[in-house]
Ligand binder design. Structure first.
Ligand code: HEM
Length: 281
């Protein structure tokens, strides 16, 4: 190896050692100014996440265009996101500037964009709204940069989840179960399609795709009364042969599908054959 080659290798070794020392944060004495120059370059190649920041509501409130901040931050469920790239929407004249500088979780599903509505509690919201909030959080995680946590309702001063957050997490799990149950119910009892023809007038029809639910059975239209004491009903298609829709492998069944399901209050349409796939309302 020539003189040039060995000097290059020596320089390489020196740089590697210097890089390592800078990286570990060692005190390099007179070389400290050099470390300050090198560090940002090293950080650029780092795969480590930047440290998470903790905000008090007061600190978060400064990250608005109104306060003259170039960086715009908002919080949802106590998670703080940098939404600066959405300046058009969240900046001074943006239509959603009220979300910035605070945690307005509740308003993401209530649409109440007032001081009273822009609050962080989800208390008393139904499962659909809770899932709506979860979707918004996922959307911010996907579209914007997460910067840290807001100290308050959902995170304590060490950044640990509060009891309230853990309770909401539990309610989210229940919300998912409710959604699954509703979807399963809709698969087993799909809505009828409404049709209108010149000769027959309006009709409720069951097909293998009615209600947008694809299945391998047609079913028969039945009235489903959902409100006690009311004559309002929805038309649903009920499986009328073979095992129940929700239990296709049932060894023992009456070959009447879900017609005898005791949990669903069903009624036939007047003047319509029990096994007809279309009935007049
Ligand atoms: C509960 C009601 C609503 C909430 C919580 C809500 C919330 C939001 C939020 C947070 C954004 C910004 C998303 C981002 O960062 O990219 C947004 C954007 C937008 N929203 Fe809404 N919104 C609601 C209802 C509506 C309605 C009813 C309309 C239309 C009639 C609408 C039209 C828009 C449009 C056009 C944008 C894009 C803005 C732009 O790019 O300039 N929103 N919405």
């Amino acid at each position: 190896m020539g003189l040039l080659g060995s000097s290059v290798s020596l320089l390489g070794v020196l740089l590697a050692v210097l890089g390592y020392l800078v990286w570990t944060g060692a005190d390099l004495g007179p070389l400290n100014p050099l470390a300050q120059v090198v560090k940002p370059y090293l950080e650029r190649f780092s795969t480590e996440e930047p440290p998470e920041r903790l905000f008090t509501p007061q600190q978060l409130s400064k990250y608005t265009a109104k306060s003259g901040s170039p960086e715009l931050y908002l919080a949802i469920m106590g998670k703080v996101f940098d939404v600066t790239k959405g300046e058009r929407v969240y900046g001074l004249n943006g239509g959603y500037s009220f979300f910035v500088g605070r945690d307005g979780t509740r308003a993401f599903v209530t649409g109440e964009f007032t001081e009273a509505g822009l609050i962080d509690t989800v208390d008393g919201l139904g499962w659909r709204d809770l899932l709506g909030i979860e979707e918004w959080v996922q959307r911010y995680e996907k579209d914007y940069t997460y910067v840290g946590k807001l100290i308050g309702r959902y995170y304590d001063e060490e950044g640990n989840p509060t009891k309230e957050l853990l309770d909401v997490d539990e309610k989210m799990k229940t919300a998912h179960s409710e959604k699954n149950a509703v979807e399963e119910h809709k698969r087993n009892f799909p809505p009828c399609d409404s049709m209108y023809t010149e000769e027959d007038g309006p009709k409720f029809v069951c097909t293998k795709e009615s209600g947008g639910i694809e299945r391998d059975w047609v079913g028969v239209p039945r009235k489903l009364y959902t409100e006690a004491g009311s004559d309002k009903y929805r038309c649903i298609c009920v499986k009328n042969t073979g095992p129940p829709a929700g239990d296709p492998g049932a060894a023992q069944h009456s070959d009447r599908g879900d017609l005898d399901n005791p949990l669903v209050n069903l009624q036939e349409f007047d003047g319509c054959a029990s096994d007809a796939s279309a009935c007049k309302p």
